[in-house]
Design a protein around this ligand. Structure first.
Ligand code: SF4
Ligand code: SF4
Length: 367
């Protein structure tokens, strides 16, 4: 396992992190603890959870796992998050997290899921920065971090806030274009950088063909190899500290560990070529770059196109509507408000027939 600097904190973190949001049997605590120990024995020392995962059960099983790691003398860092913004709510939440996690302090405490720059402004107005600084002075947290799904210039602007020591954001071979700017700030400010959703939310293992361009000659194009090369592509980004993988079982841990063990870094030039090939491979698929995101009808086009991706890649129309409802919290009716002005299609980097796709979504929505 390679250990990388987490920004300027002095902490060395495993480049593969354990995301505690996909346990297949979260109520089987023994099995979850076994997974955590198995990962730590494989060299993973970065564990990420959140109060909301599995309705608080993730933090509880992580707490049991950490107790076992302490017993066995295995090192670990704890990352968790809060959605709250005002001091009393944050304090209530962190007290509960510390209790569930059974630790005296959180190593990496995240301001969770900043949804827009306006949302960030509101949270700042509620005193979130001061509260986090107090928690740090009181040694309840060690490092102040932020997580977000923002993209392009917005993510760069958020990350320039001087209070952050580390950042967490979605990044993968499938949507790297949307958040490349984040790495510019990470480098300038020497931040810890953890990426989540490295396999495109199941898109890559479900569609190994998409990652054929990353395979070495002679390597078979299958789910396992697609996962390996997609993770290795991320580790080729030198400013990245940790790629976080949500594990459902020990087999998935072993696969990701073997990707880490067999990683041979690309040069900058080779990485640039891999990125160019990624753009070709994902042709016809919305990459979420958001250049189109200025609709006069205020339709969140990238979110609708992301949902439409599910139809193309998973060949299941219903998955469009599942993605809209469960991931984006959007009604398909919004797609029907398109006035067909065409401005989005004129700027789409993938040259997608956005109007036709929106029409399809509106017309075929389940009653
Ligand atoms: S074509 Fe439709 S979706 Fe595209 S910008 Fe115009 S109104 Fe919005
Ligand atoms: S529809 Fe096109 S421009 Fe819009 S996010 Fe997707 S790829 Fe980018």
């Amino acid at each position: 396992m390679q250990y990388r600097d987490y920004g300027k904190t002095g902490k060395k973190v495993s480049m593969l992190g354990f995301g505690a949001m996909r346990f297949s049997e979260v109520d089987n605590h023994d099995k979850c603890v076994e997974m955590i120990v198995h990962a730590a024995r494989g060299g993973i020392n970065y564990f990420d959870t959140a109060p909301g995962y599995f309705e608080t059960r993730s933090e509880t099983v992580c707490g049991k796992g950490f107790a076992e790691l302490r017993r066995q003398g295995l090192p670990y860092y704890v990352s968790t998050k809060t959605f709250q913004s005002n001091e009393s709510e944050i304090r209530r939440e962190i007290e509960a997290s510390l209790k569930r996690l059974d630790v005296p302090a959180i190593d990496f405490y995240h301001i969770w899921c900043v949804t827009s720059l306006e949302n960030w402004k509101e949270r700042k107005n509620q005193g979130i920065i001061k509260t986090f600084q107090k928690l740090k002075e009181e040694k309840l947290i060690n490092h102040i971090c932020v997580s977000t799904h923002l993209i392009q210039n917005n993510i760069a602007e958020l990350f320039t806030e001087s209070v952050f020591e580390g950042v967490l954001f979605g990044y993968s071979a499938y949507n790297f274009k949307t958040r490349e700017k984040a790495f510019d700030v990470v480098q300038q400010k020497n931040l810890g950088a953890v990426v989540m959703n490295p396999l495109g939310g199941g898109l890559i293992p479900g569609n190994p063909e998409l990652c054929r361009f990353l395979l070495k000659s002679g390597e078979e194009c299958n789910k396992e190899n697609a996962v390996k090369v997609a993770l290795q592509f991320l580790w080729d980004h030198k400013p990245l500290s940790v790629a976080l993988v949500g594990f459902a079982n020990k087999e998935e841990i072993d696969l990701a560990l073997s990707a880490a063990e067999t990683h041979t870094p690309r040069t900058e030039a080779e990485l640039a070529t891999a990125k160019a090939n990624a753009s070709k491979s994902f042709e016809g698929i919305c990459t979420g770059c958001s250049y189109c995101d200025d609709c006069p009808q205020e339709i969140p086009i990238p979110k609708f196109m992301d949902a439409y991706n599910r139809k193309i890649l998973e060949q299941d129309e219903q998955n469009i509507y599942n993605q809209l409802k469960w991931h984006w919290n959007l009604s398909s009716e919004v797609a029907g408000t398109c006035s067909q002005c065409g401005s989005c299609e004129s700027v789409c980097t993938q040259h997608l027939n956005i109007i036709e796709r929106l029409e399809y979504i509106a017309k075929n929505a389940p009653k």
